[in-house]
Design a protein around this ligand. Sequence first.
Ligand code: AMP
Length: 591
Amino acid sequence: MHEAIGIDLGTTFSVAALYDGRRAEVITDAAGERLLPSVVAVDAGGRVLAGAPARARAEAEPDDAVFSIKRRMGTAHVVSLGGRRMTPQEVSARILEGVKARAAARLGTEIRRAVITVPAYFTHTQRQATLEAGRLAGLQVLRVINEPTAAALAYGLDREDLQTVLIWDLGGGTFDVSILELGDGLFEVKAVNGDNHLGGDDWDEVMLMLLAERFRRQSGFDVLADRRLRRRALDAAEKAKRDLSDHAEAFVSLTVASAETDRHHELQSRVRRAEFEAATRHLLGRMVGPTRQALKDARLEVDQIDRVVLVGGSTRMPAVRALVREMFRQEPYTKVNPDEVVAIGAAVQAGMLSGLPRRAVLVDVIPLSLGIKTEGRLFSRLIRRNTTIPCSANRLFTNAADGQQSMNIEVLQGEREVAGENVSLGSFNLDIHPLERGRGRVEVTFFVDADGVVRVEAEDLRTDECSSIEIRSDALLGEADVRARLREAEAFYAEDRRRRREFEARTRARNALSESAAILAGTGDAGEQLPDERVADIQQAHATLETLLADGDIERLAAETDKAVAAIQAAERAGAGARRAGIPESVESAQ
Ligand code: AMP
């Protein structure tokens, strides 16, 4: 049988999903990748590439690649790729071919039919261009549906009582607001609005400027001067932005080669979420106007909106969610992964058009985050709640103590920042090579299969020693427990954040203390040759941190740690030994 799939043909990424009448699942590639970059490129031999290989090629040869073609759909624009002239439809067709090939490989059957999604504001010409792209890719396009409609379908909102749904879709390059009204199982688009030039890319650009300015000040190095380096720095900025959705602080490290000295420099910086949010407040503010206009066009007041549904990777930013709470006085609807919700809805529509029944259970998601216990009894999330299964994630950890010989990996489920408040699903030990605190590297990987079975592996990257545990799905919490725990996490949110912040501030301060102690003891490569004023700065910073660590004023400790880090960096530039930068979270020893 030829399956009919749903395709979200996105500006930055495309996603495909399949609905089997019971469950909708994202179609991954052989490596488990869920998103396919919407990039087309040509390689040195003139071969056209799409998806991840095209993105890799773009890093080496930015001129041989096309990004964000969706913005050009329905226009007379022509791109030149490896000497070949291509219309936006032709470029999009290559992306669709990539999606089709992935699905065929995964499902073991040819893919001939699909539902493709488009933004609600797309004109007739833009929709025609999308249909044409599908046709060029050898697909029978069963229907082109609006992205917000697909999102509402994925949530099963078509099965509930009449209601008014507002959808915010903040992707890589665009922001769309749609207001849908549901009646008799059909969605009517009441109003659409948006900003064609607002998206995650703008947040990346702000992060890039912030980092570039810091790197320039730190080392005189201009990462914006060279196109390839700018591309790499932009990728690092985008990653830091994503990290800040999960952590209060992100660490950026970029190795660059200096043309003059032919040496490699390590450019490093830490960015705090609060700093980034302050620098991007104007971008967030640009979401308000189109939303007000859409409400006005639909003749609705804020409190007449029953649900606010979030779509698009950029709605993961905590500031966006906070804005929903502020504007609509309700929690955003985020049960399905925002990158995947449109593809899931398109798959449901494809299934329905193929005659499959429509049942309540659409997607299986991880209802509460999964992670491990780290130093200070904190909870480190590896798989966030609402991630659709099957899925996997990994992260590096380090040793909390000097000479630590064994690590206890305790697997937890929950939303609290404090490990002990979450449910322990099991634990296991891993023998590790004893090293100085912060030097060990242990990779922890979580795998969750389609049946909800969780396998956790830990590997000491130095010795390849490995250990693992398997947790059956019935050990995970049921629905009632999940709801209770979510309520609890919300009630303790502020307190938990405070505890985490305090612990993180203390850890950073302790790391800065050991770095400054090493410089003062002259154990750094050139410690003794430091100018007197640098030594004095470090001594002063060291003494202040010691006092504050004993004292407990966390805000001052964080501020003084920033100053200490700056003094350490200045000392390093003046010749002191290399800093142990980018230390991962640490795991305490086994009892
Ligand atoms: P989309 O076009 O919907 O695929 O959205 C892609 C955009 O979402 C890109 O700008 C990504 O950088 C952004 N994005 C993905 N994950 C996150 C995250 N965790 N936090 C912030 N932005 C994200």
